[in-house]
Design a protein around this ligand. Structure first.
Ligand code: FES
Length: 123
């Protein structure tokens, strides 16, 4: 018997399992640009800033403003319709207390820009 034993992998309920979705070749989204991607009917705003890539919900919870078309600065995006501001890293609302927007991990993996989404139900 080798030094390793095969044990069943049991993830705790709190574990966050994600699926990585290839979006485009790395470099397809230039610095200081943003775009909306649609995956399974969900709109996600993707930003490339000097601090890296960020992804958050594509539609503002106020009235659905397209966040990828908002102005970006100081690590935040401002909704183009009525000016609500969201932190690009956390999705927290910055202009006042309010509903945050979901954020998603973004990584360059093997030359591809990849978006992390909650894993599909595997049961
Ligand atoms: S739709 Fe975004 S602030 Fe109103």
């Amino acid at each position: 018997m080798g030094p390793y034993r095969r044990v069943p992998l049991v993830l705790p309920a709190s574990a966050h399992v994600i699926d990585w979705v290839r979006l485009a070749p790395a470099g397809a989204l230039p610095l200081n640009e943003s775009v909306t991607v649609e995956i399974d009917g969900d709109r996600i705003a993707l930003f490339h800033t000097e601090h890296g890539y960020h992804a958050l919900a594509g539609s503002c919870p106020h009235m659905g403003g397209p966040l990828s078309e908002g102005s970006v600065g100081d690590g935040a995006v401002t909704c183009p319709l009525h000016g609500w501001r969201y932190d690009l890293s956390t999705g927290q609302r910055l202009d006042r207390r309010g509903q945050p927007v979901p954020t998603y991990p973004v990584e360059v993996r093997q030359g591809w820009l990849c978006l992390g989404l909650p894993a599909q139900d595997r049961s």
